[in-house]
Design a binder for this molecule. Structure first.
Ligand code: HEM
Length: 427
């Protein structure tokens, strides 16, 4: 475990090559999880990372973001109906998981969320969970059982494989099938300029740049890495708004002043003004500080390395280093009164006082979250839409503080965050 900011800098950034890989999955079975970008190592990661860089560009992200707005419309319609039916309690867990799934279905796969999509995602992302638990208790047994487990894991991605195989055939027949990540990856497979760019960047031969199976695997990154992180972050954001009415008012005022489009009878908000939403930026950073969904980062040494110039610590190839993100974010030396939810910590006049490498909500260095900008844009859009429509408030049933799930991967709650909701009416 390494928590010294200077050493963290060395591991994540300045000597990245010696610490380039992540902790491998606990079980040696081949699932689609083994082939998505976060799990790749060495040259495979280099190559795929370059491919992602062509997908996650500001221009591409801007093209896709209106689809997030469509998903918000659907949620707002559902919540309006509940308020109309005088049911003013929302279980954020259920609503926001559904919203996060709809955003993945629509922005990545070009379909809307359905019971089949939800079940397909559950099978895809949770097939290894029971094994993880057994692995913790009986690692050797699970190692020996790998072969027995493999057939069970093999069917976990059937829903997505069937859907994608069909969809890709359909799209191959048509020229342009809309703005989503599937289409962006498909365009790259067709594009010569992409091939030339990749070659000039690092002499990868201009053949088989991204085959169909690889492309399908990369699309699985979204349900694996984007689903829990988005729904949990949104849940904690609404929760803090409900507990802190002053912060909620201040944030809404900023949003209404800068980018509300309601006067134009437009249900969207003006995303071109996002840069001016300074308090929203600070609010989100504070949500990520207090509730970093990935509570630790991991790196595996790719070669023997000395950690820190004057520590005398030599680590060997394959050893694992953990970086305790949650503990850093809650260390009172870096964040005074860490339990206090205080977005002002991240306002421009204060952010300069934050010690580098003590804030790692999206990681750092070449292996930081590749979707950081897109994720933040989505979170901002959803929060803007919610705050222009509703007020959130604490109920007697709202659990304070939240009760966390004992989950080895991400910070999530075990008891639903139930909040009050009513229509916001402008005075
Ligand atoms: C609230 C939203 C999100 C948060 C807080 C978050 C956070 C993180 C963190 C902490 C890491 C590890 C960074 C490191 O090891 O240094 C990571 C990696 C990654 N994230 Fe995100 N993430 C979010 C959303 C997403 C979404 C929507 C995607 C969609 C594709 C995504 C894709 C990835 C990928 C591919 C990596 C691995 C990058 C690599 O290994 O090169 N993330 N994310």
């Amino acid at each position: 475990m390494v928590s010294d900011p200077e050493l963290i800098k060395q591991i994540l950034d300045t000597e990245f090559r010696s610490f380039a890989d992540r902790r491998p999955p606990p079980i040696d079975v081949k699932s689609s999880f083994s082939f998505i970008l976060p799990a790749l190592t060495g040259g495979d990661w280099d190559r795929m990372h370059r491919i992602y860089k062509y997908v996650f560009t500001p221009e591409n992200e801007l093209k896709i973001i209106p689809k997030v707005n469509d998903c918000c419309d659907q949620l707002i319609d559902a919540w309006n109906q509940r308020i109309f039916d005088k049911d003013n309690e929302i279980d954020t867990d259920v609503s926001l998981r559904n919203l996060a799934l709809d955003m993945i279905a629509w922005t990545v796969f070009g379909t809307r969320v359905s019971p089949e999509f939800t079940e397909g995602t559950r099978k895809l992302t949770q097939c290894l969970l029971p094994m993880r638990f057994i692995m913790t208790l009986f690692p050797k047994t699970v190692e020996r059982m790998s072969r027995t487990i493999q057939p069970y894991v093999d069917s976990h991605d059937k829903y997505f494989l069937d859907y994608l195989n069909q969809e890709i055939i359909l799209r191959d027949r048509n020229d342009d099938c809309g703005n989503d990540f599937l289409q962006l990856f498909m365009n790259l497979r067709k594009s010569n300029s992409f091939g030339q760019l990749i070659c000039s960047a690092n002499s990868v031969p201009d053949v088989d740049l991204l085959n169909k199976q690889e492309m399908i695997w990369q699309l699985f990154t979204f349900p694996f890495w984007g689903f829990e992180s988005m729904s949990a972050t949104l849940g904690f954001a609404l929760y803090e708004l409900a507990l802190n009415p002053d912060i909620q008012d201040r944030l809404r005022n900023e949003i209404i002043t800068i980018c509300d489009n309601h006067n134009n009878n437009n249900r969207s908000v003006n995303i071109n003004s996002f840069d001016k939403l300074i308090y929203l930026e600070a609010f989100l950073l504070e949500v990520h500080r207090k509730y970093p969904v990935f509570y630790r980062l991991s790196r595996r040494l790719t070669e023997d390395a000395v950690v820190g110039a004057d520590t005398g610590i030599v680590m060997s190839k394959q050893q694992i280093i953990n970086i305790p993100v949650h503990a850093l974010h809650h260390n009172p030396s870096y964040y005074p009164e860490p339990q206090l939810f205080e977005p002002d910590r991240f306002m421009p006049e204060n952010i300069v006082n934050i010690k580098p490498y003590t804030y790692l909500a999206y990681g750092s260095g070449p292996r930081q979250c590749i979707a950081k900008r897109f994720a933040q844009m989505q979170l901002k859009l959803v929060l803007c839409r919610m705050l222009c429509e509703y007020e959130f408030y604490k109920l007697i049933d709202t659990t304070v503080p939240p009760v966390y799930r004992k989950n080895p991967e991400a910070v999530t709650v075990s008891q639903p965050l139930v909040l009050g909701i009513k229509k916001w009416i402008q005075n």
